[in-house]
Design a protein. Sequence first.
Length: 134
Amino acid sequence: AQEAPAASPAPAASPAPSAAQAAVEAEAEKFEAGVEQMQAELVALRTAAGADNAKYQADSQAVVAKYQPQADAFANALAAFAADPASGVPAEAQAQIAQGVTQIRSVPTMMRDQIGQVTPEQLAGAQAQAPAPQ
């Protein structure tokens, strides 16, 4: 009688993420969702402002400020994870992560700069392109 071949061992499950890695991933998800929501709010404000640039500027800056803590939390979690020796992040990757942290922290500033460049003419154009209320 022939013997059945031995069953190959099940592939090793990837190790569960560390608490620090899970925290970074959770903050990343919150940050991504926050950026999407912020962009949607800014688009709505741009349409609603008409040609009132001062109102658009003030309201938009308030929206960006509301999302600043999410950017900071994600950047802080990522920086802490990379700096933790237990995370096993190689030194060369730490430099790349540091650049990423800087970019994450700069998102609100970039948004503020873009908002500051919006002109009343652009606001009027956004109003003209908005779908008619139904």
